[in-house]
Write a protein that binds this ligand. Structure first.
Ligand SMILES: *Cc1c(COP(=O)(O)O)cnc(C)c1O
Length: 399
């Protein structure tokens, strides 16, 4: 069923199925740490990579393999390696592609733990990172050194919703022989396929939209089979940041509804963004699906929709922003995203609270900024929940 002539939604429910002797209809969950061999010779052949097959669930498990096949089919990737979490996927890319003395150029606007991973942990092992403005392709190229071995980014950026022209950046990187790694967590393959635009590897936090129901942690690295087999799979086999079979099974079922969920959440996010833009208590809205977004044309070209995350600003700084949050009764106050339950967060004091005010300003984050990750509740209920706090925002200090 993995043939590319099938649409993503078909692949999402059909790809990766390999039935056991019981002919089960749903995907089987193989909770086993190891696998038995018919003979000593077969064990030797499996361990020596002369015979394909399962050995030990740190690096081979049929349920995990089914998830890898299904996600690869949806992402349009040749291969996929599943990991324990999104951070494990990013770490596996770094361990697979980099060594001491290497240099990375990365977007300033990436997930907070990713910044800490590159600066604090990989830095200790002799990997240096230069942080650049996401959308400025010239800045990326100007930061390149002879030792540069990786470009790393997310688009759209969190929480500022800036984009980079992936095709342009990947082409420039290719001319210099530098692999591009894209964290596609925000868009999912339903909205954006970085590999088709020239990226070398895609990473996912499957914890977010791929599960989509806030149940398990997981991650994945996708790309060409040769690159994954040579660089990423050995990291899983030797270092062990492996996805559990149970979580893989939950994620398999998550993928089945990915397109339905993402499309519904995007439609709701667009409607909410339009409503916020027209709201007298809102100073500005940052959403790639709105014509007011400075990179709207690029967003239309690069993404199938604007995404499920809406950022907006209220006048009155932290006090006003916190008031909006604290008057929510329905929307969850949490920094998580990609869930069917809508969430709201104040980036300046949560996801980006540990960086300096200077760094925050440079990343375009201010105290009046709020980020909503839209779920599947009725739009009217979300609007009513936000209206309670917005009605208290002092619009006199606006703009
Ligand atoms: C959550 C997140 C991660 C980390 O994923 P975990 O599964 O929590 O380890 C990485 N990148 C982005 C964009 C995320 O939102």
């Amino acid at each position: 069923m993995d043939k590319p002539e099938f649409a993503p939604e078909t692949l999402a429910v059909r790809a990766g199925i390999e039935r056991s002797q019981f002919n089960e209809h749903a995907e089987a969950l193989y909770l086993t740490s190891s696998f038995v061999f018919d003979s000593a010779a077969q064990a030797a052949a499996r361990f020596g990579n002369q015979e394909p097959g399962n050995i030990y669930s740190r690096f081979t498990n049929p349920t995990v393999h089914a998830f890898e096949q299904r996600l690869a089919a949806i992402e349009g990737a040749e291969a996929c390696v599943a990991t324990a979490s999104g951070m494990a996927a990013i770490l596996s890319c770094a361990l697979g592609l980099l060594k001491a003395g290497d240099h990375v150029v990365a977007s300033r606007s990436v997930f907070g733990a990713t910044i800490a991973l590159f600066n604090n942990i990989l830095g200790r092992f002799g990997v240096e990172t230069t942080w650049v403005e996401l959308q400025d392709v010239d800045a990326w190229m100007a930061a390149v050194r002879p030792a540069t071995r990786m470009f790393y980014l997310e688009t759209p950026a969190n929480p500022t919703m800036e984009l980079v022209d992936l095709a342009a950046l990947c082409m420039a990187a290719r001319q210099r022989g530098i692999p591009v790694v894209v964290d596609n967590c925000f868009c999912t393959p339903i909205l954006q396929r970085p590999l088709a635009l020239g990226a070398d590897l895609v990473v996912h936090s499957a914890t977010k939209f791929l599960d989509g129901q806030g149940r398990v942690l997981g991650g994945a690295v996708l790309g060409a089979a040769q690159l994954l087999n040579e660089k990423i799979l050995p990291i899983l086999r030797t270092a062990g940041p492996t996805l559990s079979a149970f979580n893989a099974w939950v994620l398999l079922k998550g993928l089945e509804t990915l397109k339905l969920r993402v499309e519904a959440q995007c439609a709701s996010a667009l409607a909410l963004a339009q409503w916020l833009q027209d709201h007298p208590a809102v100073a500005s809205v940052l959403y790639p699906g709105l014509p007011s977004h400075p990179q709207y044309a690029l967003a239309c070209r690069q993404q199938a929709a604007g995404g499920a995350v809406v950022t907006f600003r209220v006048p009155g700084g932290r006090e006003a922003a916190w008031r909006v949050i604290d008057h929510c009764r329905l929307i969850s106050i949490t920094a998580n995203l990609g869930d069917t339950k809508t969430t709201i967060t104040h980036p300046a004091t949560t996801t980006h609270g540990r960086i300096s005010a200077d760094e925050r300003a440079r990343a375009g984050i201010d105290e009046g900024m709020l980020r909503i990750a839209v779920g599947l509740e009725a739009l009217g209920d979300l609007q009513a929940d936000l209206q309670r706090g917005l009605s208290l925002v002092n619009t006199a200090s606006q703009r």
